[in-house]
Ligand binder design. Structure first.
Ligand code: ARG
Length: 597
């Protein structure tokens, strides 16, 4: 068991770190543990950057070496020495020392150009980092059967899918996209009892007959709350179901199938793949898991319930309820045991609202107490709860539709598409488009907008759902990004050149400062991606993509003529590199790019 290293050879930051590592070994041979600290330079208030990267080791080193006879007069001198001891590197154009020893690094534009040429030849997969874990499981979406799939589940679906796509790009050997469906629990008692009353003949019970399962759920709940006789039958039905009575089991299965078909419509629209394994799967695993925990002395009696106390929480995990039944926590204990021991998962990721943080924290702590997870949270195998904030309506309250019902997700996605289609049809440009192209484009832009609006903000914060905002073609929205992408495609089409041909012998030259700025941003994709992945923060990738689009549109494209200019070949290659990186970002965010708009 160890920490996991991310191997990211394409990261500029890591390559620079290697060069500076050599210098540090010569500069301070008595400090062998010092790790190069390299960061991209931030722009000052006026938006000016003095260099591309900087090495920040001098100050810390000088402080550390105080009192030793090193001969350095101050941090500036340490910085100067780091600079002077740098080995020859084709990456670096020039270095200078500023302030208290910062070494400012200007990259060679020739080297940047070469990196881009390689990207075009080798493909972007070569830029993927390699994560040193074999098996990752992302537990996401996970709605509850028959109850509504609400906007919280939509967030989980969108964020979880992007994380899964990020792991996939990082060549994780086994990636499990797990739908931990809420398909078990006492609610099935009332659903089944209501079902038998409504459809005495089981053949009549079909998706078409039942229509809306949520309404069905509500109706049964009303009876359960108001009719004691029904309530009793519902409770008996739970017992029948749990003892495996066929008629009850079949009814349960039917309800699950209808519900899953409804969820599938959402997944299909979003292009999300999931492997369903619901709570019911772990039913038989609960008793042995609890027995193991009991043997280790973790289970205690508390007011008739069987509980596990963990450090730092004032309430225990309820492993067995007072009535002897199991609950959400019992299932998660068994499921985690299964994931660690049968599926051999090294990194277990749970994507739910932040409200469930404590639940997961307690489960992980119980596993640490049992010695089933390493004490150091950063060591593998590890578990991470990826939390997210609430979805708010434009009124700042929990997102609801006007009738104050929770929003139906299929309708929400249809609405995004409908609005996109309407604004497409207003444009002259679509006059010659086929119906199919209009549909496809409206879907790509509409669903993409819903996803991007969610992903671009830090997931821990609440987010306001607004069609007007997310479908605005000017702000930081997927619509804006799609327009930019389509525009680049159109520039390239207009040139009439075959980009595959140009790729073979063409060179990229970055003489104009805006060409260079674009090139530099492009080659920073690997390190930004790595940051986004290791912190499980898709918004980092979104910000990168937005900035890329801004640099292309507001700098490069505004100041550097492409078609018909003497630099046409090089600039077309830069366009191609830009769309290559953009499309990879789109892919990771689950957005389908459009090629004309
Ligand atoms: N069904 C739960 C809910 O709707 C989410 C399940 C998350 N995954 C888990 N292993 N508990 O809130």
């Amino acid at each position: 068991m160890a920490y996991v290293e991310v191997d990211c050879p394409a990261s500029v930051k890591k390559q620079l770190a290697k060069v500076f590592e050599e210098s540090l070994r010569t500069t301070v041979p008595d400090e062998p543990d010092v790790v190069p600290s390299i960061d991209p330079c931030a722009a000052n208030k006026a938006g000016v950057k003095f260099a591309d990267y900087q090495c920040n080791n001098a100050m810390g080193l000088f402080a550390k070496m105080k009192g030793k006879q090193t001969g350095f007069k101050g941090p500036q001198a340490v910085g100067q020495a780091i600079r002077n001891n740098l080995p020859q590197s084709e990456m670096i154009e020039s270095c200078s020392v500023a302030g208290p020893g910062f070494v400012n690094i200007v990259l060679s534009k020739k080297w940047i150009a070469q990196r881009l040429e390689r990207l075009l030849i080798d493909g972007i997969d070569k830029w993927a980092p390699q994560l040193g874990v074999k098996t990752v499981l992302v537990d996401f979406s996970s709605p509850n059967i028959a109850k509504e799939m609400h906007v919280g589940h939509l967030r989980s679906t969108i964020i979880g899918d992007t994380l899964a796509r990020m792991f996939e790009f990082s060549r994780v050997e086994t990636l499990i996209r797990r739908n931990h469906l809420g398909d078990w629990g006492t609610q099935f008692g009332m659903l089944i009892a209501h079902l038998f009353d409504t459809y005495p003949n089981p053949e009549d019970f079909t998706e078409a007959a039942i229509g809306d399962l949520q309404a069905f759920y509500k109706a049964s709940k009303v009876r359960f709350d108001n009719d004691p006789e029904f309530k009793l039958r519902a409770q008996q039905s739970v017992v029948q179901l749990q003892s495996g009575e066929e008629k009850y089991h079949n009814a349960w299965q039917q309800i699950c199938d209808i519900s899953k078909a409804e969820f599938e419509k959402v997944y299909q629209r979003l292009g999300v793949l999931l492997e369903a394994r619901g709570e019911s799967y772990y039913n038989d695993l609960i008793p042995p898991t609890l027995e193991r925990l009991d043997k280790l002395g973790l289970i205690e009696e508390d007011d008739g319930a069987r509980v596990i106390f963990v450090e730092g929480a004032n309430i225990p995990i309820i492993a067995v309820k007072r009535d002897g039944g199991f609950n959400y926590s019992s299932t998660d204990l068994a499921a985690l045991w299964y994931r660690l021991n049968v599926e051999n998962v090294e990194w277990n990721i749970y994507v739910t609202d932040v409200g469930q943080w404590q639940h997961f924290d307690m489960v992980f702590k119980a596993f640490r107490r049992a010695g089933w997870l390493p004490n150091d949270e950063n060591e593998f195998p590890k578990c991470t709860h990826v939390g997210f904030g609430l979805v708010l309506g434009e009124d700042g309250k929990r997102f609801r539709t006007r009738s104050s019902e929770t929003v139906r997700l299929v309708e929400l996605l249809d609405e995004a598409k409908r609005r996109c289609k309407a604004s497409l049809l207003e444009r002259d440009a679509v006059k010659d488009w086929s119906e199919e192209e209009i549909e496809k484009t409206a879907e790509a832009v509409g669903y993409g907008a819903v996803k991007y609006a969610d992903l671009r903000i830090n997931r821990l914060t609440n987010y306001t759902f607004s069609f007007d905002q997310m479908l605005n073609d000017k702000g930081n929205t997927a619509v804006y990004l799609q327009y930019a992408h389509a525009r680049i495609c159109s520039i390239m089409r207009k040139s009439g050149k075959d980009i595959e041909e140009i790729k073979k012998n063409g060179n990229i030259v970055l003489d104009h400062e805006d060409e260079r700025a674009l090139g530099l941003h492009l080659i920073q994709f690997p390190e930004v991606f790595e940051e986004s992945l290791t912190n499980l923060l898709p918004n980092v990738l979104c910000e990168y993509l937005y900035n890329l689009t801004e640099i292309f549109t507001k700098k490069f494209y505004t100041n550097c003529q492409v078609v018909g200019s003497p630099e046409e070949t090089s600039r077309l290659l830069l366009c191609e590199a830009t769309v290559t990186v953009m499309r990879q970002c789109f892919h990771l965010l689950g957005i389908e790019p459009v090629y004309r708009l």
